[in-house]
Structures are given as C-alpha cells and as structure tokens.
Write a protein that binds this ligand. Structure first.
Ligand code: ADP
Ligand code: MG
Length: 297
C-alpha cells in the first residue's frame, strides 16, 4: 500500500476542512482525487507531504507514518503544489541544481529528470521565459529529483491550454507506469483522461471511491460535439440510439446515447450529410458524470 489514510480530520479554527476521511492507494496506481473547489483536496495533500499536521487521525506514505517518520515520508514523496512557486529568474538547470543539493541528489539525476519530463529543448532558458506547460514540467522534474515512489500532484493540469494539457496528461500517464500517482483535480475529464481510479471528495468527506473500468460498464455514453452552426435538437434526436440532446452553450451539444458502442463516427457522418463542420468532438463517461453531479451538487 502506497498511501493509507485513516480517520483524518483537519480543523482550521472552527472550520472542518476534512471530516474523518479514510482511503488507501495501491502502488503503481494513478488515482484521481476529484472534488469541487474548497472540498479539502489541497489540505489532504499537504498533510500527506507533511507540510501541515492533521488535527486527528493517522496516515502512512510508503509505510512511513506522517507524524513519527516525517523524514522518510519526505524521501518517499514528490510533491507538485497547486500554485507551484518557481524562481522565474533562475535558469531551469540552476533551479534543479539548487534543489538537487537540498535533497542531496547526484548531479547526474538532473539531466535524467530533464529528459524524463521532456524539458530538454527548453532547459537552457530562464524559468520565467517558459510557457505554463513547460513551467509545469519543471515542477514535475523537481518533484522527481530524489526518485520518490509516490507522486502527489495538486491540480497538475489546471490552467493549461489544450495542447499543453494533452502533453502533461501523457507525461503523467508515463510516470504513472512506474510510480504511484495521487493527483487532484476539480475537472472530471482530467480523471477520465489519466486515472485508473477516482476518489471523490465533497465538503471534507469521501463520497465515492471507484475504478474507472467499473464505471465504464454503464449502459450510456455522452458525446460532446461543437458544430460551426446552430442545429435543432429535434434534428439530432434522429441519430441512432440517441436518448437525449442538450444544447450546453452556443453550438455545443451533449448527446446521450443508450449504448456503449462508440457513437462518434455516427455524429461525424451526420455532420457531413448535413454540411456542418465539427469543431470539437469528445466522449464523456456518463456514469462518472452523473456520479460526480449527484454527489457534489
Ligand atoms: P481544495 O483544494 O479542494 O479546493 P482546500 O483544501 O484548499 O480545498 O480547502 C478546504 C477548505 O479549507 C476551504 O474551505 C478553505 O477555505 C479552507 N482552508 C484551506 N486552507 C486554510 C487555511 N490555511 N486557513 C483557513 N482555512 C483554510
Ligand atoms: Mg486545492
């Protein structure tokens, strides 16, 4: 077991940010910690990285107690904080070298993490010159420096543009093949894109803990499509196996199909036959979507 949390409560003054929560994460799993803003995600992560202490309860990371074996916990985890503070005036290598010294990590490891995180083409630049996506890679490289078994990533994809998003998701998935990854997000699609399992937190309490594969067994799917022009809902209802159509904004529609067969090609053909252009086409996990809505509304 890589992470074990038992009855953790955290009070900030009168406010209960975490209310007796328990869960565990197996090694080499990518687990998404999903919840709306203010749910308690960052608080839980700061406790697991020993930045703050819980008010009550126990937790272990890689078998080490967060209270009794702080040093061992710190050696076991790589942490990417939510608003990752970076020294914008430093060059990428200077920054990593500084932290390598702090962690007592050999110089060789710096080049290894630069390569691992795809930073090589930008590694000669000042951190301030990098795009948000590359800054995030610096944060990940830094978290990987001491070769920890467990990575705790707080909203690693928030604020990235669509291209950067895809790159960082892939990078996290690659890292997740070898390490345990516990990542937080308030965006459901991020869980679908990266995780094996989801733990949903709302108002400081765990409200669901599911493997994505189990959720995919549902009988429905949602296709989100953006056309270049307005389409009547009744028109879209003519698609095969369609259950409902919702116009979510402008020319974007959420079409629910009562089948698990991938219906995107039907939507494609429909657009073609009706001389519409598709600007975006995505599939959503209907079960995860309804679960999240139901549990956090
Ligand atoms: P999330 O990361 O899910 O958005 P947080 O863990 O940051 O949630 O916050 C959970 C709750 O605790 C929020 O209501 C937040 O305002 C409160 N909170 C977080 N940190 C502090 C703090 N240092 N002092 C007081 N309240 C805090
Ligand atoms: Mg947070």
């Amino acid at each position: 077991m890589s992470i074990e949390v038992k009855d953790i409560t955290k009070l900030y003054g009168e406010q209960k940010a975490l209310n007796s929560i328990s869960f565990s994460v197996n090694s080499a799993e990518i687990v998404g910690f999903l919840g709306p803003n203010g749910a308690g995600k960052s608080t839980m992560m700061k406790i697991l990285t020993t930045y703050i202490n819980p008010s009550e309860g126990e937790a272990k990371v890689n078998g080490h107690d967060i209270d009794k074996n702080k040093k061992e916990v710190q050696q076991s985890v790589g942490y990417l904080p939510e608003h990752n503070p970076l020294y914008t005036d430093l060059y990428v290598r200077e920054y990593l070298k500084f932290n390598a010294d702090v962690y007592n990590v050999k110089k060789k490891r710096i080049e290894a993490v630069i390569e691992m995180t795809g930073l090589t083409p930008e590694a000669h630049k000042k951190i301030g010159q990098l795009s948000k996506g590359y800054k995030q890679r610096v944060g990940l490289a830094n978290a990987l420096l001491h070769n920890p078994d467990v990575l705790i990533l707080d909203e690693p994809t928030t604020g990235l543009d669509p291209n950067q998003l895809v790159d960082i998701r892939n990078l996290i998935k690659t890292i997740g093949k070898e390490k345990t990854v516990f990542l937080s997000t308030h965006i459901m699609q991020e869980v679908e894109a990266m995780c094996d399992r989801v733990i949903i937190i709302n108002k400081g309490e765990i409200v669901a803990d599911k493997y994505l594969d189990d959720l995919r067994d549902g009988q429905e799917q949602i296709v989100v499509v953006e056309f270049d022009y307005r389409v009547e809902d009744t028109f879209l209802l003519k698609l095969p196996k369609v259950k409902s159509v919702k116009n979510t904004h402008d020319f974007t529609y959420e079409i629910t199909f009562s089948t698990t067969e991938d219906m995107r090609s039907y939507v494609f053909d429909f657009a073609h036959d009706n001389e519409l252009k598709i600007l975006q086409l995505n599939q959503k996990n209907a079960s995860l979507e309804s679960l999240f809505r139901e549990l956090t509304s």
